[in-house]
Design a protein around this ligand. Structure first.
Ligand SMILES: [Zn+2]
Length: 165
């Protein structure tokens, strides 16, 4: 993946909201040996598999909703899960610009991300999850989860993400 990185001295881990679901996802980042860094691209988050780094757009940590942060962290971790289990996907994106990631790789990250939310017992219904995704991709993700990952769907009640912590 071709990316120009500027170094940032702020401690991004500490910049995330003190919310138990966000913190649970960050703990999972550490378990997977994934680092955080400031994104060099405005409003853009992405995962770099060879650096095992999630590039975070820092203003989002202050101005975006908790549900946005939960879904985007799950998505980036979903990329990490996909690249770890499909090394061939790393080769596919190696010489591409971050903005030209193939759709099937984005879809895999969203599907893995949803399963991760279920695994970590973070309440988010498929409807809520799909509402955070752009329409054509949202439909593909919902279809794949309903067809191939019904176990994820059934493992958790459909509670609201805003359930008090
Ligand atoms: Zn992505």
């Amino acid at each position: 993946m071709t990316v120009t990185v500027r170094h940032s001295s702020i401690d991004l881990w500490a910049e995330f909201p003190d919310n138990k679901y966000v913190q649970r996802l960050l703990k999972h980042c550490r378990t997977m040996n994934i680092k955080l860094a400031g994104s060099p691209v405005r409003e853009q988050w992405f995962y770099h598999p060879e650096q095992r780094t999630i590039y975070v757009w820092p203003p989002d940590l202050t101005y975006q909703s908790l549900s946005y942060l939960v879904v985007i962290l799950a998505h980036e971790l979903g990329h990490a899960m996909d690249f770890d289990s499909h090394p061939g996907h790393v080769a596919v994106i190696r010489n591409r610009h971050w903005s030209r990631t193939p759709l099937f790789i984005e879809q895999a990250a969203f599907v893995n991300g949803f399963c991760l939310l279920k695994q970590l017992q973070i309440p988010c219904s498929l409807d809520q999850y799909a509402a955070m995704i752009e329409p054509p991709m949202a439909e593909r993700v919902v279809n794949e989860i309903e067809n191939n990952h019904l176990c994820c769907l059934l493992s958790s009640p459909r509670r609201a993400l805003s359930t008090p912590s």
